[in-house]
Write a new protein. Structure first.
Length: 84
């Protein structure tokens, strides 16, 4: 049986900008991504025609460095700057 990857399970400190979206930390990176997707779906921020793109609201723009539209692959890179 495979052991869980401890790097993904390690609780991370969350920046105040990201905490406004996903809640207070610390929490593992996998939980941050899960909470981010819950926020995106709850606020209907996925583009209907291309679900890989996320239309940022004011809270997400702070996390995404001011970008209005981010694709899901770029999103993981941008949130890394808010975890330590």
């Amino acid at each position: 049986m495979a052991n869980p990857n401890s790097a993904f399970m390690k609780p991370m400190t969350i920046s105040p900008e990201l905490a406004a979206v996903v809640g207070k930390g610390p929490m593992p990176r996998s939980e941050v991504v899960k909470a981010l997707w819950i926020y995106i779906k709850k606020h209907d921020l996925q583009e209907p025609t291309n679900k890989r793109n996320i239309n940022a609201d004011e809270n997400l723009k702070k996390v995404f460095g001011g970008k209005a539209v981010v694709n899901m692959f770029e999103m993981t890179k941008l949130i890394s700057k808010h975890l330590s």
